[in-house]
Design a protein around this ligand. Sequence first.
Ligand SMILES: Nc1nc2c(c(=O)[nH]1)N[C@H]1C(S)=C(S)[C@@H](COP(=O)(O)OP(=O)(O)OC[C@H]3O[C@@H](n4cnc5c(=O)[nH]c(N)nc54)[C@H](O)[C@@H]3O)O[C@H]1N2
Ligand SMILES: Nc1nc2c(c(=O)[nH]1)N[C@H]1C(S)=C(S)[C@@H](COP(=O)(O)OP(=O)(O)OC[C@H]3O[C@@H](n4cnc5c(=O)[nH]c(N)nc54)[C@H](O)[C@@H]3O)O[C@H]1N2
Ligand SMILES: [Mo]
Length: 820
Amino acid sequence: MGRVDRIAEPWGTRTAYGPGEEWPVRVDAHLAEGLTESDVDSWTQSASILHSNGDALDIAVKDGRIVGVRGRAEDRVNHGRLGPKDLYGWQANHSPDRLTRPLIRRDGELVECDWETAMAAVAGRTTELLEERGPSSIAFYTSGQLFLEEYYTLGLIAHGGIGTSHVDGNTRLCTATAAAALKESFASDGQPGSYTDIDHADVICLYGHNMAETQTVLWTRILDRLAGPNPPKIVCVDPRRTPVADHATVHLAPRPGTNVMLMNALLHELLEHDWVDHGYVEAHAVGFAELEKMTRGCTVERAAKVCDVPAEELREAARLIGSSQRLVSTVLQGFYQSHQSTAAAVQVNNVHIVRGMLGRPGCGILQMNGQPTAQNTREAGADGDLPAFRNWSNDAHIEDLARVWNIDPMDIPHYTSPTHAMQIMRYVEDGSVRLLYVTATNPAVSMPELARMRSILSQERLFLVVQDIFLSETAQLADVVLPAATWGEKTGTFTNVDRTVHLSEKAVEPPGEARPDLDILLDYARRLDLRDKDGDPLVKWTTPEEAFEGWKECTRGRPCDYTGLSYDKLRGGSGIQWPCNDEHPDGTEHIYVDGRFWSDPSYCESYGKDLVTGAPVSPTEYKALNPEAKAVIKAAEYLPPHEVPTADHPFHLISGRTLYHFHTRTKTGRAPQLQAAAREVWVEASAGDAARAGWAEGDLLRISTERGEVHARLRISGIRDGVLFLPFHYGYWDTPVGDGPDRHTRAANELTRTDWDAASKQPIFKTAAAAATRVSASDGTPAPAPTTTASRPVGAAVPPTRGDDTALSEETLHDQEGAR
Ligand SMILES: Nc1nc2c(c(=O)[nH]1)N[C@H]1C(S)=C(S)[C@@H](COP(=O)(O)OP(=O)(O)OC[C@H]3O[C@@H](n4cnc5c(=O)[nH]c(N)nc54)[C@H](O)[C@@H]3O)O[C@H]1N2
Ligand SMILES: Nc1nc2c(c(=O)[nH]1)N[C@H]1C(S)=C(S)[C@@H](COP(=O)(O)OP(=O)(O)OC[C@H]3O[C@@H](n4cnc5c(=O)[nH]c(N)nc54)[C@H](O)[C@@H]3O)O[C@H]1N2
Ligand SMILES: [Mo]
């Protein structure tokens, strides 16, 4: 057992292992200062909520308060490990500024009220609008951070009860492209990969994915493989020198927005050298000829010019992929938040299909999720999809869902495709949506083009409901604010990117009058008096466990089959991977074994889309293309980004994350150790660009685009020339600058564009053209950027990022037998 400062050492101590071996157990724990495990009254089972990895943990409780967390040794996902956000982030639950009572706007001000007043206002306005303007005047914008039971209930209320098709999640900003890419290649959502693939892989490719900072425990698994015998080779595709790049065998740092060209060149090389499993392709895929044709001219020399990456490095990356026996690929925002995002992510699927690298140990694709419960938003239909991967364009699926819900099929709106989040905001802007109900997301900081967002959300004619745990930037604009209970204060399940389902149980009471999101939604449904076709209540449950049982029935026979799971089965041991049913009672590690897919025309979730226009493929076209339930190889031509640098705006602007913060920091900004590690916004530029402009570490820069400006201190980092990076975590709730206009010069999204990928509708946060000028020189103080991460300084001597005494965490290494 040891004590480690996990701010200074985010990935903790190495526990090396070799290919095919079991990943050793290391149990990480952090308790409030001065406490030891013997002081803890009880431990409650849960999993982490500040990223998508699904690390299982137990919540420590003393005197009715959360006092710490400890990783669960027996869980398949993390084998006991936790990341820094998990170790310290729980402290936000007890923050003194939690919302404890509902708020309602009176004479322009938000004032406290009771639940009856708040809910009567919300349900009353909904009923009025339904009568006056119909269901299309009502929209729901939810999250990737609630629980499965809550999404399923919300989807039922919105689709089956109110009958609006304006339902989406912030998952649109997050991993809409993951779902879209899987639907294109395999005609269904559902991850082919499993985390255990990392134990077997000989080559691991990370495409636009800074796993070291965003899924720290999964990265720890890779670091432990790298420290052991026969380590895997790593291919990293990222314009920044991330910690992933530091460990890469080949680091390709492309010009932002050129991912499709890069992928096409890699595919070109694979085909050129015949690193192709022709037997697999012939038996299990359609579309190979089109790929051959499309990639024919995409030589590494051509890609080298477009992507500005040395041809030799592209060749070397292709050779590694082409000679791999067990290939794992992960894809995330560097690919998803770009124009042509679906096209780029699909090319990664194509690599696996042409190499025959699917459905066996060590061969996995992880089209990553970001948020902890984003998978469930998609599964349960709270992102506009139909529950349990049913197909919008298949009337038999609508009828089947109507049977499960006991309503008329015509009551489920399916005359048009579901409205995506950016379009919902447009409808609010043009006045056709009059009530927007926002749960667990903060669009006033996280959506593109914030000046426009603020004007949309603060419209007089809009009735804005915000259900949150803090008075976020968005809640400050609301007509009614509903105080929610959160993780640790409510019970529910959620599923990570490798299909592992975890149960998260209530450990403590919520503060004040805050209520679980499920209870608030149930109250709303009751007040609207939503009924099924027999006149019984539409929503037939009152507890999370009953909601889960309802959900299980909805998934019967579908790809994400939960029927073999129960709360009891999820208690005590490890999380379990779906599908879990009579046939697979212990869950399923690998799907798509032996080239069997869920892509049969009568069964599949989607017939796919045109990757350039987003136009849906018709059922007839799909049946002609893929009659025998194979995988679909879909080729794409590279198109230039929508906004490219100009003389006035010479830089590529990208944005993203740092290890220590989660999104708009409503939780991590309230955890002292995390906040201290990255207290304020900064901007990253390369040493070459800084030298040319005469800038030094810590200088205050003004970054501007056509949309707005941000002021940030400069960190000279290992980013490629011509590119600026801004972390997007910094809104204004904790800014001391008051109400002046300057409070709007901190958030990266002041600068981003209202623009999205045609197929997935995911907004483009990672390509924009920006200018940068110096406002003032540094007084010698470096930028407030961590030194342990991609923002590591090059050149200047900057004191290393460390925690104080309160950051010391326990690490317990288990011996071979797993005994403590
Ligand atoms: N610490 C932390 N962890 C998190 C989160 C968090 O807020 N903080 N959020 C969670 C969520 S919701 C998500 S979605 C994930 C996101 O996880 P990631 O996708 O790993 O994080 P990002 O920093 O958004 O973007 C990843 C990388 O894309 C690179 N990039 C930018 N433009 C391009 C490009 O054109 N091409 C390529 N190839 N790369 C490019 C950036 O340099 C960046 O390093 O993280 C999850 N985990
Ligand atoms: N420029 C730029 N913008 C981006 C990105 C980027 O890389 N660059 N990334 C995008 C991505 S991938 C994502 S996922 C989004 C994230 O964007 P958001 O979803 O807006 O970010 P969060 O800060 O996680 O907001 C979650 C809100 O829910 C509240 N909350 C937490 N738990 C609960 C709960 O149990 N119940 C309720 N009711 N509320 C709760 C929190 O207090 C917080 O206000 O940002 C996107 N925006
Ligand atoms: Mo995300």
